[in-house]
Design a protein around this ligand. Structure first.
Ligand SMILES: C[S@@+](CC[C@H](N)C(=O)[O-])C[C@H]1O[C@@H](n2cnc3c(N)ncnc32)[C@H](O)[C@@H]1O
Length: 246
């Protein structure tokens, strides 16, 4: 189980270009809620191809990406060549103590081991700094999206990401939560890439993967969607005190 999880966590690099084409960005309102305007050093943890990173940039702000997958970092460097992207993970962030105002983690906190990642976030954040976690969830209140989820559920464990914001705890303050509803304009090809870039789809045996993609193709041909509706779930919490290491 743990091995399968590791395999899936490492799988993204193999489909980094599909990921870049198929995955959504994040709505500006969510980014503004997660990252105070005066934040000077912002780290995007598990940055992938930089889907959130591009929305974090602002004048007088340094944005640093941390990403464990070589393939994702390569894709990142092509898309955002001007942003520093470092090899690292939630469990090992290659930055000094007390050096970060906001640490954000988009669609990736469920891959970290909170027992090691919370102390690491505590170490790099300045006292009073913010940890922001965000997940884009497909809006299953829309009937064709609910049908898509039913197909995905036939092939994988959890179709929407398993959120772990409540596993942060001390020395962070209470978790604040806000949802943001929005729609991403999407073509059939992009909707297929969104499915194909999911970790458990990447790691399926090829015949099973083709079967799944065939069913999704048929659904999309029938419904011809032009938008993918999302609910972006934001969670933020503030570091109460300095790291014991500092
Ligand atoms: C679903 S992608 C999200 C990428 C990007 N943040 C986004 O919003 O599109 C998950 C990312 O988490 C990374 N990841 C996997 N295990 C990780 C860990 N332990 N710490 C940090 N990132 C991790 C993967 O390599 C992948 O790039």
């Amino acid at each position: 189980m743990e091995q399968e999880r590791d395999r899936q966590a490492r799988s993204f690099g193999a489909a980094a270009d599909t990921y870049e084409r198929g995955r959504p960005g994040y709505p500006p309102e969510a980014v503004a809620w997660l990252v105070p305007g005066d934040a000077r050093t912002v780290v995007d943890l598990g940055a992938g191809t930089g889907k959130l990173t591009r929305a974090l940039r602002a004048p007088d702000r340094e944005v640093i990406a941390v990403e464990p997958s070589d393939g994702m970092r390569e894709q990142f460097a092509q898309v955002l060549p001007e942003v520093r992207v470092l090899p690292g993970s939630g469990e090992s962030i290659p930055l000094p103590d007390n050096s970060v105002d906001v640490l954000v983690c988009a669609q990736a906190w469920h891959w970290v081991d909170p027992a090691r990642a919370v102390p690491e976030a505590t170490r790099v954040l300045r006292p009073g700094g913010w940890l922001g976690l965000v997940w884009n969830m497909r809006d299953v209140s829309v009937p064709w999206v609910a049908e898509l989820e039913r197909i995905l559920r036939d092939y994988g464990p959890a179709t929407n990401e398993e959120r772990q914001a409540n596993q942060v705890g001390e020395p962070f303050g209470p978790v604040e939560r806000r949802d943001f509803r929005w729609q991403q304009p999407i073509t059939t090809a992009e909707a297929l890439d969104m499915v194909a870039s999911r970790s458990y789809v990447i790691t399926l045996p090829s015949a099973t993967r083709e079967e799944l993609l065939g069913r999704v193709r048929a659904l999309l041909a029938d419904r011809q969607p032009t938008e993918m509706p999302y609910v972006t779930e934001g969670y933020r919490m503030r570091l109460r005190r300095a790291s014991p290491i500092a």
